[in-house]
Design a protein around this ligand. Structure first.
Ligand SMILES: Cc1cc2nc3c(=O)[nH]c(=O)nc-3n(C[C@H](O)[C@H](O)[C@H](O)COP(=O)(O)OP(=O)(O)OC[C@H]3O[C@@H](n4cnc5c(N)ncnc54)[C@H](O)[C@@H]3O)c2cc1C
Length: 479
């Protein structure tokens, strides 16, 4: 068996950066992907399926660690931010700040090229099928090469960057650290089209050339949202994501039979801004369907000999479903921590634990709180969201929440927010309860266990709060 310092499985966003960083730090890195050599970062047969939006701060984080590895054609078009609109389109809440509407195939190439330039060895057309485990530790991976031959590689640290359906994560031994499966209630089924816009209406509630718009609407996208993100060259990325359970409830209450494709097509028709358009099928990337998880990242993202990163560890933001930023940040930190472990000659759980600590500090610590807010939002009807956005929270409080920070809902504002009707009273109480739980979870994550020994208590506490939220606020998309 060939032997490497670090094996990175998956050359998408997170894997390419893990390989780039570890190679830069002098490790001998093998990068494996099932994609063809000229299609780096392609997520599925459907292409580079994504909304393509990323915050500028996340790109800056990469630049500060790896230099400017981006060409302007991969960063696409700058946008001033993301704006969420209420179902009645009367309220707009900005979040995430400035960013880019990326050209994903080009972006994937830039990330992958950085790994190769820094010295990583790459094998394309390689299907990773399972971890190799010896004495309870991951020591390598096995899979099939382009001719279908089984091959095995050994590494001191294995980085799992295989995306949401990772076979490495799912084939780990039963363990307390990493959940091998993601609960289907925590997954959004998503899809999007890329269109050339030949004629557009100037109604900024439906399409805004400067902002990535999110439409909260429990009938159009139950338990999720629709999006209209502008792209360079008069193009648009339009799509939606929903929670399967919310869709089932909505379909049964409204006596409908919608699925992902019919919801997407309806959403496009619903949008009056899109008057005349055609599919932009460059790279065969014009339409695609895939899933995103919207839970907190795995409570631990390491196991002996193994670091998981990006979608493989459920790292997308539970509120926005944005996963590029956490994959970029996680990739850089994973490459660094893996490389340092190789230098120390120690890839035990204790040694790799540093990844959990650094990732939570840099990005992850607010995600469990945001998951609570996502569960809260999924429990509201359109009328309740409209009413709540108008009456329950101020603009400033909403912005705070979207960043995962916890506003003080002051007593006076609580009293002035008093409340029409039983449904509104229930949702107002749930808002106050959710904000308290966000605060509690942010506190718990700010004291993330320094060693694995303290982990079981931490995980039990986090899970009990999340389970309580799910029991208290079940999905209720339509009345
Ligand atoms: C429709 C949609 C819209 C989205 N919109 C946004 C958005 O606007 N902004 C945002 O920030 N995030 C968005 N996301 C999420 C974002 O796309 C992901 O979080 C991001 O791609 C995660 O990167 P990753 O490296 O973890 O995984 P991936 O990008 O999925 O990369 C995984 C890599 O592993 C390879 N691989 C997988 N299995 C194997 C195997 N068995 N053997 C070998 N190789 C394998 C794949 O070929 C791929 O190269 C969206 C997701 C979807 C589905």
């Amino acid at each position: 068996m060939d032997e490497y310092d670090i094996i990175v499985a998956g050359s998408g966003v997170s894997g390419s950066l893990a390989a780039a960083m570890a190679s830069k730090l002098g490790s001998k890195v093998l990068l494996l992907d099932r994609n063809k050599e000229d299609e780096p970062g392609k997520k599925t047969l459907w292409g580079w399926v994504c909304g393509d939006a990323v915050a500028k701060s996340h790109i800056e984080f990469v630049k500060s660690n790896l230099g400017n590895i981006f060409r302007s054609e991969s960063l696409g078009m700058p946008v001033d931010g993301v704006v969420a609109l209420s179902p009645d389109l009367n309220f707009r809440i900005p979040f995430e700040g400035e960013g880019y509407s990326l050209e994903r195939p080009e972006f994937g190439k830039d990330l992958h090229d950085a790994a190769i330039r820094n010295g990583a060895e790459f094998i394309p057309n390689f299907n990773v099928e399972a971890p190799i485990i010896e004495d309870g530790k991951v020591v390598g991976v096995e899979g099939k090469d382009k001719d279908g031959n089984i091959k095995k590689f050994r590494g001191k640290v294995i980085v799992d960057a295989l995306g949401i359906s990772s076979l490495l994560r799912r084939k780990l031994p039963e363990n307390i650290y990493i959940d091998r499966e993601i609960d289907y209630e925590d997954i959004e089924l998503t899809g999007r089209y890329i269109y050339n816009l030949e004629e557009i209406d100037n109604d900024l509630r439906y399409y805004d050339p400067k902002y990535a718009l999110i439409h909260l609407n429990q009938e159009l996208a139950p338990g999720g949202y629709g999006w209209v993100f502008p792209k360079k060259g008069n193009r648009v990325n339009i799509g939606l994501g929903f929670q399967q359970k919310s869709l089932e409830i909505r379909n049964s209450k409204m006596n409908m039979k919608d699925n992902l494709k019919s919801l997407m097509d309806y959403y496009v028709k619903w949008n009056p801004a899109l008057k005349k358009y055609s599919l932009d099928n460059n790279h065969g990337n014009g339409q695609g369907f895939w899933s995103v998880s919207v839970r907190r990242q795995m409570e631990s993202m390491v196991f002996p000999g193994y670091i998981g990163v990006g979608d493989a560890m459920a790292s997308p933001n539970p509120l926005s479903a944005g996963g590029i930023g956490p994959a970029l940040i996680g990739g850089v930190i994973a490459g660094k921590v893996a490389s340092e472990a190789v230098q120390r000659k120690d890839s035990s759980l204790e040694s790799l634990w540093q990844f959990n600590i650094e990732y939570n500090k840099q990005y992850g610590s607010k995600m469990a709180g945001l998951e609570i807010f996502r569960i809260f939002l999924q429990s509201l009807t359109n009328d309740e969201i409209n009413y709540g956005m108008k009456n329950f929270i101020t603009y400033e409080e909403a912005v705070e929440i979207s960043y995962g920070r916890v506003p003080e809902l002051s007593l006076t504002s609580k009293i002035t927010k008093l409340v029409k009707g039983v449904g509104s009273m229930r949702s107002f109480k749930n808002l106050v309860w959710s904000v308290d739980r966000m605060k509690e979870l942010n506190g718990i994550y700010n004291n993330y266990p320094k060693t694995p020994a303290d982990f079981p208590k931490f995980k039990a506490k986090v899970q009990s709060i999340i389970n309580e939220a799910k029991a208290r606020m079940p999905p209720n998309p339509v009345a």
